[in-house]
Design a protein around this ligand. Sequence first.
Ligand SMILES: *Cc1c(COP(=O)(O)O)cnc(C)c1O
Length: 392
Amino acid sequence: MTLRNGKEFLMIPGPTNVPEEVLRAMHRPAIDIYEGPLVETTVYCLARLKQLFKTEGKTYIYAANGHGAWDAALCNTLKRRDRILVLESGRFALGWGEAAEVMGLEMEVLPGAYDRAVDPARLEARLKEDTGHEIAAILVVQIDTASGVWNDIAALRKAIDAAGHPALLMVDTIASLGCVPFEMDAWGVDVALTGSQKGLMCPPGLSFVAAGPKADKAHETANLKTHYTDWTFRQGAIHYQKYCGTPPEHLLFGFRRALELLQEEGLERVWHRHALLGEATRRAVTVWAEGGALDFNISDPHARSNSVTVVRFKGDEAEALRAFTKETCGVTIGGTIGEISGKGIRIAHMGHVNAVMLLGTLSAIELGLQKLGIPHGRGGVQAAMDYLAGVV
Ligand SMILES: *Cc1c(COP(=O)(O)O)cnc(C)c1O
């Protein structure tokens, strides 16, 4: 018996649900790329991106996924054989570092673990050892969707300052911008980047980079530039240069609508919604964990992210549970990747998500735990509701 016919829920950590308004904004004919509404849309998007990243720096739009933004950030600011320090806390910072190696940069990993946030004290200690200032850039992810960790970027900045180190600080906010607070200028972030398909509620295919003054300065001597990613070319006066070619028009119309939706809701309210849905999820998982079969991947409660919750199973029930929620209930939840591949689930609460979608998802998971006989504390969904009843 299946109960799946009805609206399908996609609750994976990217791509995320695209609002109807965003889909409708894209449903229009192609238009002239040299004048008119498209030019105005570019101006709007570049300016709103500054407000999202909270920066006075420059913003760039790429017709690319997050990996494209990784490349753009690196090749615009670094020189062949520069050393980069990758702060490990899951999978994605390492992936970014591997992209850097392909480009001809020297990667050093500050060892971390899959179940915890980057330790600012360890970063400070490593930077203090680097008396010759060989490390040119530090790469970190604010929220890692593989581990579910939230890294405290402000604390990492303090560690860099305490070591008196001049390296550029580069932050991947692909799974966090538009979900949790991010303050590029206030936190002294030199390069920040994100993608369209997670907190920003758009189809995949656009990514965004913001660069502060120190990154601009580094750009002057960078020698890994490519024509397509080059910031200098993209700052040119002609609209065509902003995209180094034909703009991804339809994605831009959708993105513009998504930016308007974020503005209509208000960024602080958007962050608050994510905080409430994240905590409701954690309340449910805490109760389920009482059965002993599963637990949070991230052990420190303070380091659990508000956009995705990663749950690890002691046995091998995760894939059966995912199949049940999808095939029987109509909700797709994420599987785990990297080091914990196949050993858990990732419940996304990122982007266009409300209480119904989250509670429905949690209910399907609890139903699956019961149906499959996976030991769990009963009443996880009740705990999520009890929490929400107290805060809304
Ligand atoms: C999804 C994700 C990426 C990769 O983005 P793509 O668009 O798939 O290239 C990078 N970093 C983080 C933190 C992510 O969550």
